[in-house]
Design a protein around this ligand. Structure first.
Ligand code: UD1
Ligand code: CA
Length: 459
């Protein structure tokens, strides 16, 4: 089978974004626009050669994809048009194969839509993706003959008033044999309204050579919608999120309002998951069966076990929550938090690099950092692990069935023994043996019939 090269044009400055960030690095669903296009290309054919044309000063774009070594890069120092952009990448394309042209700022294109174009190109045709728009202003128009055969594309600025009335537009996406593309691109001239080398002029060249041109019309115009400004970016973000929400519901999740959940990454849900409003998922998140998430939560790179309930206003980042646990409201689980089964984390509790074994409870106003908590432990309100001495972090270990009284400071490194009890208000800086009571409370002082000072009279 002829090798597929996917050529992604991304040299445009994106002036209308009014941004210091190159346009294709702006994010949609938490990922750069270009990442969506690269993924679509990979899903289409995972052996495809992917080439990105980037612009002058676009080093930041290359750098953003440094972890994708299979992507090839071609610089287009000056933007002289889409045809010129393609020419810059020709040396990187597989000569005996076919080339599919995509755009770094058209992020929602789907592999299924592209497949027929690739197939047609492999059969020797020039495949073109078109769309029928109510308002075609700004786009290149598809000009067909009386038999409905595509003849050429005319850019809006070069079009006659009659041509401007055509509602079928060029999405810019096309596929054709690389040899032919090379031949036609070499023939392009810039004697047009914009003084640019138009890739679209290759259509007329194909027709002249008798190469069949096969148009495909998209059923969902959003797939070929480009991002030129932040308003369009926001619009596509909403569409993208609607797709995500519909996918989640198809997979068996209840969304109390599909318009108020945002997935910025990959979310995998179990059966009968319930997600309340205004929940944001980032990175890779896995939810087990029957997980319930209250309103206003953020979950990032997290694994949540079956039957977990997360109450409102929780922030969960880089954490693993065991089955049947309860979190929040207002809890913050930071990276490397590992909770076993049936753990309770209550309001205003923060954990970091902390592992908590089955059935332990940390219900109120607590900070646990660099800690290992056994099973059946009760951590009282206001307990703090003093894990940082200003220079280094130290570990706190609390053994099974220990009881930590409220408002205690555990000054790490320190170990609280099995079934030990810490009296409320203690500051513990040495290890506590198993089964013992540790109390550092100052002895109570009492003065009977105490007279409070009174204000002295002004002289
Ligand atoms: C282009 C098409 C037009 C089509 C429209 C769809 C041409 C001549 N016209 O017009 O028929 O309806 O897209 O959106 O192709 N780019 C480069 N280098 C360049 C110029 C552009 O990489 O020198 C990239 C841009 O980053 C952008 C894409 O190509 O992603 C399209 O460029 P743009 O200038 O927006 O083309 P249009 O004039 O909109
Ligand atoms: Ca455009």
């Amino acid at each position: 089978m002829q090798q597929l090269s996917v050529l992604i044009l991304a040299a445009g400055q994106g002036k209308r974004m009014v941004s210091d960030l190159p346009k294709v690095l702006h994010r949609l669903g938490g990922r750069p626009l270009l990442a969506h296009v690269l993924t679509a290309a990979h899903q289409l054919e995972n052996t495809a050669t992917r080439v990105v044309v980037y612009g002058h000063g676009g080093e930041a774009v290359r750098a953003a994809f440094a972890d994708e070594p299979s992507v090839l890069w071609a610089e287009q120092a000056e933007q002289l048009g889409t045809g010129h952009a393609v020419a810059q990448a020709l040396p990187l394309l597989d000569e005996a194969g076919i080339t599919l042209v995509l755009y770094g700022d058209v992020p929602l294109i789907q592999p299924e839509t592209l497949q027929p174009l690739v197939d047609a190109a492999r059969q020797g045709r020039l495949a073109l993706l078109t769309a029928k728009l109510d308002n075609p202003a700004g786009y290149g128009r598809i000009v067909r003959d009386d038999q409905g055969q595509v003849q050429r594309i005319v850019e809006e600025k070069d079009a006659t008033p009659a041509e401007r009335c055509l509602s079928e537009i060029n999405t810019g996406i096309l596929a054709v044999s690389t040899t032919k593309l090379r031949r036609w691109v070499a023939e392009l001239r810039n004697d047009n309204a914009q003084g640019e080398y138009y890739l679209t002029d290759t259509i007329a060249l194909a027709v002249r050579e008798g190469v069949p041109v096969e148009p495909f019309t998209v059923t969902e115009p959003l797939e070929v919608q480009g991002v030129n400004d932040r308003r369009q970016l926001a619009e596509l973000e909403r569409y993208y999120q609607r797709w995500q929400a519909e996918k989640l519901m198809r997979e068996g999740a209840t969304l109390l309002d599909p318009a108020r959940v945002d997935v910025r990454g990959a979310l995998v849900t179990g059966r009968d998951v319930v997600i309340d409003v205004n929940v944001v998922f980032e990175g890779t998140v896995r939810l087990g069966d029957r997980v319930k998430i209250g309103p206003f939560c953020v979950l990032k790179d997290a694994i949540i076990g079956d039957d977990v309930e997360i109450f409102s206003h929780c922030w969960i980042d880089g954490a693993e929550v065991g089955p049947g646990s309860q979190i929040g409201p207002f809890a913050r689980l930071r990276p490397e938090t590992r909770l076993a089964a049936g753990v309770h984390i209550g309001n205003f509790v923060e954990t970091k690099k902390t592992c908590i074994n089955p059935g332990s409870k940390v219900n109120h106003l607590t900070y646990l950092g660099d800690a290992e908590i056994g099973s059946g432990v009760n951590v009282g309100a206001g307990t703090i692990t003093c894990n940082y001495d200003g220079a280094n972090k130290h570990k706190t270990i609390i053994e099974d069935d220990a009881f930590i009284g409220s408002n205690s400071s555990l000054v790490a490194p320190v170990r609280i023994g099995r079934s030990a009890t810490i009296g409320a208000g203690s500051s513990v800086s040495r290890d506590v043996p198993d089964d013992s009571l540790c109390l550092t409370r100052a002895p109570r002082k009492e003065v009977t019939n105490w007279q409070r000072p009174v204000k002295s009279k002004k002289l």
